[in-house]
Design a protein around this ligand. Structure first.
Ligand code: PGA
Length: 254
């Protein structure tokens, strides 16, 4: 944790959730009590089809919503794409960009991720830019260098601390139940904050929320959230269970 930074726990529902699953969001809202509200921000990133009803269901809860991806284009003949302005219009405050599933399964490189982050900013969304190394890259001792390159290529210059969130998600930790050691997370997050200073300036970098993501569960959240420079979590699987998501939020609240 960074004492001066208000943490954020964001749930990434991925391609999960039908209308009936809005009950998960309302259950999270019920459990977001005064003590939690005082300590931690929450966001839920449902699939695009549920963004509007989820945002409506969460009005008054102080829980934000976010998209999971956006088009680099503002509008036009791009069948199947969803623009950042559409996400904002549906109630989103955030947009995840550069998730490893997008980078790997959809071939998105750093330049595309950066363009998406810029498109999100234009629509006044806060991009949650994801970075992270593969298992092979970590084993080859290249994790810090790989993430440095991703940051350099994916993060737009000139953003202030409130307009940017970074999520460090080691690819090999996503959905696998594996997590890096606290020492490895500390080393990576310190390196990310250092690298960010070169992109957005030292003052902004000092205030940017650096989330850890990859198999965050109630059982490991306290340990991961206690690591220096970890200012919250990006949660996949466990965000689909209200009680688990709330337990992670409580761990983050300390
Ligand atoms: P996981 O996913 O928590 O299920 O590992 C994290 C993510 O992909 O954001």
């Amino acid at each position: 944790m960074t004492r001066s930074i208000r943490p954020l726990v964001a749930g990434n529902w991925k391609m999960n959730g039908l209308k009936a699953d809005l009950a998960i969001a309302t259950e999270v809202a019920r459990g977001y009590d005064a003590a939690l509200k005082a300590a931690v921000d929450l966001a839920i990133c449902p699939p695009a089809t549920l963004l509007f009803p989820a945002s409506a269901a969460l009005i008054g809860s102080r829980i934000a919503t976010g998209g999971q991806d956006c088009s680099v284009q503002p509008s036009g003949a791009f069948t199947g794409e969803v623009s950042a302005a559409m996400l904002a219009d549906a109630g989103a405050a955030f947009c995840i960009v550069g998730h490893s599933e997008r980078r790997t399964l959809h071939g998105e490189g750093n330049a595309t991720v950066r363009a998406k982050a810029e498109a999100a900013r234009k629509a006044l969304l806060v991009p949650i830019i994801c970075v992270g190394e593969t298992r092979e890259e970590r084993e080859a001792g290249k994790a810090l260098a790989v993430v440095r390159k991703q940051l350099k290529g994916s993060v737009p210059e000139g953003l202030d601390a409130a307009s940017l969130v970074i999520a460090y998600e080691p690819v090999w930790a996503i959905g696998t139940g594996l997590t890096p050691t606290a020492d490895d997370v500390a080393e990576m997050h310190a390196s990310i904050r250092w690298d960010l200073a070169r992109i957005v300036g030292k003052a902004a970098a000092a205030g940017v929320r650096l989330l850890y993501g990859g198999s965050v569960k109630p059982s490991n959240a306290a340990e991961l959230m206690n690591v220096a420079n970890v200012d919250g979590a990006l949660v996949g699987g466990a965000s689909l269970k209200a009680e688990e998501f709330l337990a992670i939020a409580r761990a983050c609240a300390g």
